[in-house]
Write a protein that binds this ligand. Structure first.
Ligand code: ADP
Ligand code: MG
Length: 721
């Protein structure tokens, strides 16, 4: 019996002894967890309603209402051992208690004499007169406080009246939980409730299979839940948290792994073999050889394409790491197999830029390309749709409208998605569904423009396989970044003119206009006029913004590329995809209004050639967060580290919008802090699913149930496995 009640040394404190019903089957009925709070002594309907504000309806809710911290009351002393200034907990007997007058009007003192077998001392409470009615000589007390050397008394911070029944220390001994509360539900009350429901933790089913718990040295669920509230030590608490966070992340990763598999197995892709060698020729024609990261990514893509299922891969890498080459390689792998490929960009401007870039990269390879945007004349659009449907174009570039509207392909085998704005699991699923024709789902390569720390990528893109281009092309120089306050503006323009005079080129990005995109055009025009008449008089300036007609944008980009324009005043349309080696200065106006990821992207537009490059960030740094961002830009040039810093400044929830991504909420796990566990969870999830793809084995049934609960409605596919 004793064994059963205290299964592991880990099992917290006296908890399991107290309050357990004296039956031979202790608390074995799981439905007890679903009972309302009103079954607790002293909890009426009004209190229960108040508790709902904390999300507490059932006893189970209460068990999972975890403290956000613990007060450390571990230092317990006898009166005779107390040292001056030391905070400690003392168990003692109340001898006498009385009010002591003070000269200060708003200070009221309550003074008691307390004793234990080692001696006695004076204890003092401030402004708690009501205790005169609740405490009486002879009471046994736990006092938490500090022995103040100058007054010679013990200043009480917290106290607890010990009952005859023994136990006690709920509020003053050991690691005492501190909970989120409401006005009417105090932390003491919550502690008492949790103390009362402790025995129920035994009923909690443990979804983690025993072998996994043993292997990873994780405590059982009941023990972990108990230790979250009433840990015996910090170590206990850490182990408990680790276990619960792991479970949360494992469920998420299992769901995502099942998703990956489901699509891999249920859907058919176009198997793309070694092909006729256009992709090889493309690589050979490049003026450089691939970096190890690029090589690896290409090999991983090859392996995906050779398989039966459609590729669902994320290609990730810092700005300028050379993702484009890899993406183009993937496109050509489809083309050389006699299939079509599509490149989808988030906006039309970007689609056009990608198209121009492709034209340059693929020159001489005999590839037929088409650009499909809404700006096309009706007749031209009809023509492009016709040749696309007939299979006469190899690569079609456009926005997401490519797979939504009236566009049909003859044999679309692969899509590259430039994910400037992060897609969620759901959008990706939608894309795959919409693009499926006659039972064939195109391979998809998602390319992210923003570096995401690997572990985060594993979560946010847990439904994808991930390739990371983690090595920069050789010979890259660090772009020097300077935050330029208003007072230094003249020097900055001096510097820019110096660069232009040496034959280099410069981007000037105008401030974000949050209210409306339509306002951006006048802002750009006004700034270009101001500069042309002022600081940059005599230089050749061009403008670029989203409102310009497509042909006009294209002409401007071409003139800049050819060096006819020296300065390009633009909106953030130049954020992605622009690749001009001769441009060495990036100026961002009102840089404090931009996020770190965006600033990093903008900076990535320079430093692409052999010339030393510079990024000048204008702005006053109005807020603390803005100053931190601008400083980070000056100091850090690794996009992954910047993403981390961004996460710290902004908080992960806001940045990643987990809620919108179709992923379950995380209660305990913090993606920033729990990276190692996330990687471990992913690894274990893959292993479990590898052995038992549908989680159908008896030892995995609880896991399956919990995955379903965690993902809720968003996992219809789970039912189809
Ligand atoms: P991003 O990852 O930001 O899309 P790009 O693909 O645009 O980066 O590449 C940035 C620049 O680096 C381009 O000018 C490209 O030609 C060059 N580049 C790409 N791969 C290599 C390489 N292996 N060696 C040298 N330069 C490279
Ligand atoms: Mg790119």
């Amino acid at each position: 019996m004793t064994k059963l009640r205290c299964p592991l040394p880990f099992a917290g404190t006296a908890s399991l002894k107290d309050g357990l019903p004296r039956t031979s089957r202790p608390a074995a009925d799981p439905s007890r967890l679903q009972r309302p709070l009103t079954v607790l002594r002293g909890v009426g309907p009004a209190t229960a309603r108040e508790a709902e504000k904390l999300g507490l309806k059932t006893l189970q809710d209460l068990l999972f209402h975890f403290p956000f911290r613990h007060e450390d009351f571990t230092n317990s002393r006898r009166i005779g051992e107390l040292k001056w200034g030391e905070e400690a907990t003392v168990a003692c007997r109340l001898e006498s208690i009385s009010r002591r007058p003070t000269r200060r009007r708003n200070l009221r003192l309550l003074v008691a004499t307390v004793a234990d077998e080692s001696g006695f001392m004076e204890a003092v409470w401030f402004n708690q007169d009501y205790l005169l009615d609740t405490l009486a000589p002879g009471d046994r007390l736990m006092l938490r406080g500090r022995y103040d050397g100058s007054s010679g008394s013990f200043v009480v911070k917290g106290h607890e009246l010990l009952t005859k029944k023994g136990g006690g220390g709920l509020h003053t001994a050991g690691l005492v939980p501190v909970y989120p509360t409401t006005e009417r539900i105090s932390v003491k009350r919550l502690r008492a409730w949790l103390d009362a429901v402790r025995p129920l933790a035994m009923v909690l089913a443990d979804p983690l299979p025993a072998w996994l718990r043993v292997e990873l040295d994780l405590p059982g669920k009941a023990d972990a839940v108990l230790a979250m509230h009433f840990p015996r030590s910090r170590g206990d608490l850490r182990a408990a948290r680790r276990r619960l966070v792991f479970e949360e992340l494992l469920l998420m990763q299992l769901g995502l792994a099942m998703h990956r598999r489901f699509f891999g197995e249920r859907r058919r892709g176009e198997p793309l073999g070694a092909g006729k060698g256009i992709s090889r020729r493309f690589l050979e024609n490049l003026p450089f050889s691939l970096t190890p990261g690029q090589e690896r990514a290409c090999r991983e893509i090859d392996a995906d394409l050779a398989g039966e299922g459609p590729m669902q891969r994320l290609l990730q890498g810092d700005v300028g790491a050379g993702k484009t080459v890899v993406a183009v390689y993937a496109l050509l792998r489809a083309v050389e197999n006699g299939c079509q490929a599509a490149l989808m960009a988030p906006t039309e401007v970007l689609a056009e830029q990608h198209y121009l870039g492709l034209e340059r990269l693929l020159a001489g390879l005999g590839i037929d390309m088409a650009l499909l945007t809404s700006g096309l004349k009706a007749s031209e659009r009809r023509r492009i749709l016709a040749v696309t449907a007939a299979g006469e174009v190899d690569i079609v570039v456009g926005t997401h409208a490519l797979i939504q509207g009236d566009v049909s392909f003859r044999r679309l085998a692969l899509i590259v998605v430039d994910e400037q704005h992060r897609f969620g699991v759901r959008q990706r699923e939608q894309l795959a569904r919409k693009a499926t024709r006659e039972g064939i789902t195109p391979h998809v390569l998602h390319v992210t423009a923003t570096p995401i720390p690997r572990t985060l990528a594993l979560t946010l893109y847990g439904d994808l396989d991930v390739s990371i281009v983690d090595t920069m092309p050789p010979g890259r120089q660090r772009t020097v970044t300077r935050w330029v306050p208003e007072s230094k503006r003249p020097q900055a323009y001096d510097f820019i003119r110096g660069q232009l005079d040496r034959g280099r080129q410069c981007f000037i990005v105008c401030p974000l206009v949050e209210e409306s995109q339509a306002l951006e055009a006048p802002a750009v025009e006004a700034e270009a006029e101001r500069l042309a008449a002022g600081e940059l008089r005599g230089y050749r300036l061009g403008i670029l913004h989203g409102q310009m007609p497509a042909a006009e944008k294209r002409r401007v980009m071409q003139r800049f590329q050819a060096g006819e324009l020296q300065v390009l005043v633009a909106t953030t349309v130049i954020e992605v995809g622009v690749d001009i080696a001769n441009a060495t200065v990036m100026v961002v106006e009102e840089a404090d209004r931009f996020g770190l990821a965006q600033l990093h992207q903008l900076r990535g537009r320079v430093g692409r050639g052999r010339h030393k490059s510079y990024c000048l960030l204008f702005g006053e740094g109005a807020t603390e967060a803005a100053r931190r961002r601008l400083q980070a830009m000056e100091e850090v040039d690794d996009g992954f580290r910047l993403a981390d810093i961004d996460l710290e400044i902004r908080g992960e929830g806001e940045l990643f919008g987990i809620r919108q991504s179709g992923l379950p909420d995380l209660k305990l796990a913090r993606l920033t802090r729990d990276r190692k566990l996330l990687a471990l969870a992913r690894e274990q999830a893959e292993r479990i699913i590898g052995d038992d793809p549908a989680l159908g084995r008896p030892e995995n049934l609880l896991l399956r149930e919990e995955v379903r609960l965690a993902f809720g409605d968003s996992v219809k596919w789970l039912d189809r496995i």
